[in-house]
Design a protein around this ligand. Structure first.
Ligand code: 13P
Length: 235
């Protein structure tokens, strides 16, 4: 089971340093835990016993792009995974599937594993359009990649309405969506792609969510901000 921690835009310097210190000496298998701090704190983390991820990447390679961070720069900081297409970026930064595809291409060219987030809004869920929305995001962002490239990619199913709300879909519903994602990806590209779930995962629901047969892991936001919580779920 893969556990990815998305710190989003949290912590000041001293807090991030303290968090990184708490994560020392975890001695997990390398690809069991991935910590995605804010860009500026990446160098605080020494990824031994866990892996380091970024929360985003630029679609540009390098040069005159003020404020951006490239895949090669992430790679030089030992980053091995990167979240792309998070709904907060799709919504607030107006990211499109085309842009997300370009970002994934940059990551793949630098041997960084993209974690592609997809998920429906509340309105889409209420209209019964969950699978349509999720498949559309997947197909638009993945089309054009080679089979070798596709084999590097992880999908995270994060219903937008479940992020930071305390609401979580029923386990059968998560299983249904993940199974359909896997079937569709296999049907289109003959690839078995891992799929994570994200959205209000916490100590009260993680044990039952873990039992979802099709699930390969979690993408966790606010619950991951306390190292004690992280340690408790790793036990
Ligand atoms: P929460 O766990 O805070 O709902 O956030 C989920 C998320 O967006 C992870 O990427």
């Amino acid at each position: 089971m893969l556990i990815v921690l998305n710190h989003k835009m949290n912590f000041l310097k001293e807090e991030a340093l303290a968090y990184a210190k708490e994560m020392e000496g975890l001695f997990l298998k390398e690809d069991q835990l991935i910590i995605c701090p804010t860009y500026t704190y990446l160098p605080f983390f020494e990824p031994i016993g866990y892996s380091l991820g970024a929360q985003d990447v630029s679609h540009y390679q390098n040069g005159a792009h003020t404020g951006n961070v490239s895949a090669s720069q992430l790679s030089s900081l030992s980053v091995r995974y990167a979240i792309v297409g998070h709904s907060e970026r799709r919504l607030f930064e107006k990211e499109t599937s085309e842009l997300i595809h370009e970002k994934m291409k940059e990551l793949l060219d630098h041997h960084i594993t993209p974690i592609l987030c997809v998920g429906e809004s509340l309105e889409e869920k209420e209209r019964g359009e969950t699978l349509f929305r999720v498949m559309q995001e997947i197909e638009e962002s993945l089309q054009g990649f080679t089979k070798d490239e596709l084999e590097q990619i992880i999908i995270a199913y994060e219903p937008v309405w479940a992020i930071g709300t305390g609401l979580v879909p029923k386990e059968e519903e998560i299983d249904r969506v993940i199974k359909r994602i896997k079937e569709q990806v296999f049907h289109t590209w003959q690839i078995e792609m891992p799929v994570l779930y994200g959205g209000s995962v916490n100590q009260n629901n993680i044990s039952s969510l873990r039992e979802i047969p099709s699930l390969d892991g979690f993408l966790i936001g606010s619950f991951s901000l306390d190292p004690k919580n992280v340690k408790s779920i790793l036990k």
